[in-house]
Design a protein around this ligand. Structure first.
Ligand SMILES: O=c1[nH]cc([C@@H]2O[C@H](COP(=O)(O)OP(=O)(O)OP(=O)(O)O)[C@@H](O)[C@H]2O)c(=O)[nH]1
Length: 609
């Protein structure tokens, strides 16, 4: 008996795991799946450079592994299995893809790259449904990927070699096994642990729900709140085992990315046609703005501050603290419970861990400033998305560029938003490449110095200058850890378009270039390139506009923000690379951090010809 009924949906099918990995076999059999193992003979030799992102490579490899097995089995006895599952796990660091080491020296090379740094582990998975049509194998491919970030402690050479000599690294992506001795190398893991081990079981089950989600009484249960749809997890199906799905049905994509087992249309005996699959994902999308607004309102009213360190509070007590109506507060608190931001116990409401960490207005990783900025500023911009679509980028704001220095309040709000975002990504940006060859850096438009602190912390020889407008630097004191900056960090006021740029070996442009049109980007890069000595570097961090449709969902928010903003424009990773090369930077290395949300490019200034 499988714990999850979606796994149960596969129990009557012939399922094949196209993998030699003992870890994948164990994860899936422990989940209650019954399957045969037929290792794939597909050679993992696809051209990595031809993929827009590492996860695309992993997904394609997973697909090819599974297709090879399906085709071979079909050829052998003209009967394909019902479902073939393939997977491929890779590690990415500093823009490179690491697979299994070929020998000890290769394992050492990989582990040295990971040493003391954060990296991403991607597993691509392909679930292939097969059938025979007209004497030919017919396949329906469903693919997905999962990313987990892992950070290694700083490890001595001796320890690395001891680990390599244990033999464990050799059949594992990136040269380590997190589930065994390799676990000792790991400082933290963000995301699905099993994804690192080789198979993202949670995401797999969710995909099965999409594929086998049966229309029926389940629909009624899902519309719990009239404003905020319940979060859709595979546990939701626990009481509908055996209900509704058609094991023989073909699988077709539905609206909102949802796939459903094909309904049979009118029954053969002329009975009433069954209704279409309930479009829960689509309705969730339609109502999505209400969820954002509930979160914004709770933040603005400081609900998460009130519930931060205290014992649970009743709605009436919270209402008293935030000076709001009891009825309205109760509704808002329940909405936050439905959104997973609060917990409700007999004693009342209290914050979840994520709300205390990110939504209370204080704390190192608070995103309260970002939420407030979205509520006060971005929300309104997005109401004019239609204008931006009809008239093109930058039209939505009607040419009105917000001047962050227009009032102290706006400047501070902008800085809080940027600080929250930067704190989340700064360590990842600082460690994505090895920057230890630079002894000085200048963060242009470095705002509160969040990234400067991480650079100084990560590279003990490095001095960092934060260069930003005087109105911004006036407020930096309240953002410094312990109230004052480190000795190796200095703040220099100036305008990077007009004033002389501070001297540095490495120039950093983090979330700057998207804000400017091409002529100004060229002007800035021209000044920077003129100031940078041969061998010096430029590090660019940007959200990019990706033309790959598979990536579109993940950077949808960034792409639309770039459309509605009053100036500047979205650019692809390739455009940023071109810009750097046009301004004399060579050997451009690329990396993606924070689940691909931020793209990084590191270029080296070539000697002038
Ligand atoms: O922490 C861990 N990280 C990775 C692993 C194992 O590494 C391999 C990854 O290689 P791949 O995806 O190519 O899979 P193979 O083992 O070659 O099997 P296929 O037949 O499916 O190609 C994978 O086995 C992970 O489990 C680990 O164990 N721990």
């Amino acid at each position: 008996m499988a714990l999850s009924p979606v796994i149960g949906k596969l129990l009557h099918k012939r399922v094949v795991l196209a993998s030699a990995s003992p870890r994948r076999r164990e994860i899936l059999s422990q989940a209650g799946l019954r399957f045969e193992v037929v290792p794939s003979r597909f050679k993992e030799t696809l051209d990595k450079a031809s993929f827009p992102a590492p996860y695309a490579y992993a997904m394609e490899t997973a697909k090819q592994k599974a297709l090879e097995v399906a085709a071979r089995m079909y050829q052998k006895d003209l009967r394909a299995p019902d479902v073939v599952i393939g997977a491929d796990t890779i590690v990415t660091v500093g823009g490179l893809i690491l697979e299994k080491p070929v020998d000890k020296q290769d394992a050492y090379r990989m582990l040295s790259m990971l040493n003391g740094k954060e990296h991403s582990v991607f597993t691509g998975v392909a679930i292939i449904h097969c059938c025979s049509k007209g004497g030919q194998l017919d396949t329906d491919v469903c693919q997905f990927h999962e990313e987990t970030t892992v950070r290694f402690s700083r490890l001595s050479e001796e320890l690395l070699w001891e680990y390599i000599d244990s033999g464990e690294p050799m059949d594992k992506a990136g040269g380590y096994g997190i589930q065994a001795l390799g676990g000792m190398l790991v400082e933290y893991v963000h995301g699905d642990f099993l994804n690192v081990v080789g198979f993202p079981l949670n995401h797999f089950c969710k995909k099965l729900v999409e594929l086998y989600y049966p229309p029926g009484r389940h629909d009624v249960r899902r519309v719990k709140h009239d404003s905020i749809p319940a979060v859709d997890t595979f546990e939701d199906l626990s009481d509908v085992e055996g209900g509704g799905s058609d094991p023989a049905g073909g699988i077709k994509g539905g609206p909102g990315g949802q796939a459903a087992v094909g309904t049979r249309g009118a029954e053969a005996n002329g009975a009433v046609e069954s209704p279409p699959p309930f479009p829960a994902d689509l309705l969730g999308l339609i109502d999505g703005f209400k969820a954002s607004k509930a979160l914004f309102t709770a933040c603005k009213l400081k609900v998460f501050d009130v519930l931060k360190d205290e014992a649970p509070l009743k709605a009436a007590e919270v209402a008293g603290r935030i000076d709001a109506s009891v009825c309205g507060t109760g509704r808002l608190l329940d909405a936050c419970v439905a959104l997973g931001l609060l917990e409700k116990t007999d004693g009342g409401y209290r914050n979840t861990e994520v709300a205390s960490r990110h939504l209370a207005s204080d704390g190192e990783y608070s995103l309260h400033g970002l939420v407030t900025r979205h509520d006060d500023h971005t929300w309104e911009l997005f109401t004019r998305l239609e204008v931006a679509v009809r008239q093109g980028p930058n039209a939505a704001a009607g040419g009105k560029v917000e001047d962050p220095a227009q009032s102290q309040q706006t400047t501070l709000q902008f800085m809080r938003a940027m600080h929250g975002l930067s704190k989340l990504t700064a360590r990842r940006v600082a460690t994505a490449f090895d920057l230890s060859r630079f002894t000085s850096a200048c963060d242009l438009g470095g705002c509160t110095g969040a990234l400067a602190h991480e650079l100084a912390h990560e590279y003990p020889r490095m001095r960092v200058t934060v260069f930003d407008l005087p109105d911004v630097l006036e407020h930096v004191a309240c953002f410094q850890p312990g109230g004052r900056p480190s000795e190796r960090i200095s703040f220099v006021p100036g305008d990077f378009f007009k004033d002389s740029l501070p001297e540095a070996e490495l120039y950093v442009l983090s979330r700057i270039l998207h804000d400017w049109p091409d002529d100004q980007v060229h002007a800035l890069l021209g000044r920077l390139s003129g100031r940078c000595k041969p061998g010096g570097g430029v590090l660019v961090a940007e959200e990019t506009v990706d033309e790959d449709p598979a990536a579109a969902r993940s950077n949808l928010a960034a792409a639309l923000s770039l459309l509605v903003r009053p100036r500047g424009r979205g650019r692809s990773g390739a455009e940023y690379r071109d810009l750097l090369e046009q301004h004399g930077f060579r050997d451009v290395q690329v990396a993606a951090v924070a689940g691909g949300a931020l793209h990084l490019l590191l270029g080296t200034r070539a000697s002038p010809p």
